[in-house]
Design a protein around this ligand. Structure first.
Ligand SMILES: *Cc1c(COP(=O)(O)O)cnc(C)c1O
Length: 407
């Protein structure tokens, strides 16, 4: 398929290019000593991950440990409540640990093992990436150091406990505002100091090359499975697919399977409390081009061009930039990006719970909310939603803040 002069038959061979660019987005903007360490990961990834041994081991792990393939569910009652459009969900909430993040963490940790590393290092904000990586590290018998802002450590006590139970070390970062940005800096410093023994494992399709490519490739299992399952179940492709976008990994996972198909693709950013800077995290919708965390993409800028403060009810979506491939796919017009706000997400959270018996993560609820809006506009056809995770982690917060609506 040709689209805006891009040949999608060869898309994955062409993007990113050897320097990690998707058009002008991506690349690697890091100090040269860190670049040398990262180059080792790129080299290793390009050779090891293509070997038959690596591929068959990862396949076996996905089946026997993660419980893949995850199913596709027809959301019949939710569809009926809206009109004639049929909604479906790819059930990443049923992936082990309850979200899609384990897909790339198992890949990254398996790569670490093949590279002979003893330890994996990462930062975490809300703690979801930390828990997924700690799980992968336990499985492979690797040490795991998770850097987390002291403010987040307090807010995310259950995830901190999970990481510790799984055997990870949680290192509290007290510099600056003591949140995600400081945790990223501290994790990169620790990696640089010990890169012979460890690898850095990023949590989404962000960061310097090769991470956006590597995480996309490991997540593409979601889209490959979903395409085949949808065809099996309905005999057709969906008319549209929808996923929420924080850094953009669950979305790239699903989108990868359908880029070369006549399928409308939608990414959904969090509009939070509204359009004012600081009240949302809709980077592609309101942002401009710039470099942060080692890559060039569309980002939300605050004072002096620094990453702006962001907010969403879904802590997994509040990131002031987005993966470079999303900026590229938006620019060429292959993927459309829209928004859902807190209120719409909460409404979708209860709708899916009560009509389908599935409690979605607040992140995934943004995709559900957007798909519901789209279903009203489309009148007929089908929509496949990536249900990136389950909502157990959000339960206490939702009940405390919003209460439970009357039945
Ligand atoms: C972390 C997270 C997200 C957001 O991350 P992406 O990289 O944008 O996918 C979405 N859903 C869930 C359940 C998450 O835990």
């Amino acid at each position: 398929m040709k689209y805006s002069n891009i040949d999608f038959d060869n898309y994955f061979k062409t993007y990113p290019d050897e320097n990690g660019y998707f058009g002008r987005f991506g690349g690697s903007y890091v100090p040269s000593d860190l670049q040398a360490a990262i180059d080792e990961i790129t080299e290793a990834y390009l050779t090891i991950s293509k070997s038959e041994k690596f591929i068959s081991e990862l396949r076996r792990i996905r089946r026997d440990f993660q419980g893949r393939p995850t199913p596709i569910s027809h959301l019949a009652r939710l569809s009926d409540s809206i009109g004639r459009v049929q909604l479906y969900a790819k059930r990443e909430d049923l992936n082990h640990t309850g979200a899609h993040k384990l897909n790339h963490c198992m890949g990254e940790a398996l790569l670490a093992k093949y590279m002979g590393k003893k330890k994996v290092i990462a930062e975490t904000g809300a703690g979801q990436h930390g828990v997924a990586l700690a799980t992968a590290a336990a499985y492979f018998g690797l040490e795991c150091d998770i850097y987390m802002g002291a403010v987040d450590v307090k807010k995310q006590a259950p995830n901190v406990a999970r990481m510790k139970v799984l055997g990870a070390r949680v290192i509290e970062v007290t510099d600056g505002l003591a949140t995600l940005k400081e945790a990223v800096d501290a994790a990169f410093m620790a990696y640089l100091a010990d890169y012979k023994n460890c690898i850095y494992c990023i949590g989404s399709v962000v960061g310097p090359h090769p991470f956006p490519m590597m995480v996309r490739d490991f997540q593409s299992v979601v889209g490959i499975e979903a395409r085949e399952q949808f065809l099996d179940a309905t005999g057709e492709l969906p008319d549209a697919i929808v996923a929420c976008v924080g850094g953009g990994s669950n979305a790239m996972g699903l989108f990868s399977g359908f880029l070369n198909d006549p399928v409308e693709i939608y990414g959904v950013e969090p509009l939070g409390r509204g359009k004012k800077l600081g009240d949302h995290a809709a980077s592609l919708t309101f942002g401009s081009e710039g470099v942060m965390h080692g890559f060039n993409s569309i980002m939300l800028k605050g004072d002096g061009g620094a990453p702006a403060p962001v907010y969403s009810v879904a802590s997994g979506l509040d990131y002031p930039s987005t993966g470079p491939e999303h900026s590229f796919l938006k620019e060429i017009g292959r993927v459309k990006y829209g928004v859902a706000d807190d209120k719409e997400a909460i409404d979708a959270f209860f709708k899916l719970s009560r009509l389908e018996g599935i409690i979605p993560a607040l992140e995934s609820s943004h995709a559900v909310a957007y798909a519901m809006k789209l279903a009203r506009e489309m009148k007929h056809g089908s929509i496949l939603i990536n249900l990136s995770g389950r909502g157990d982690k959000d339960m206490d917060y939702v009940i405390e803040k919003y209460g439970v609506p009357e039945v």
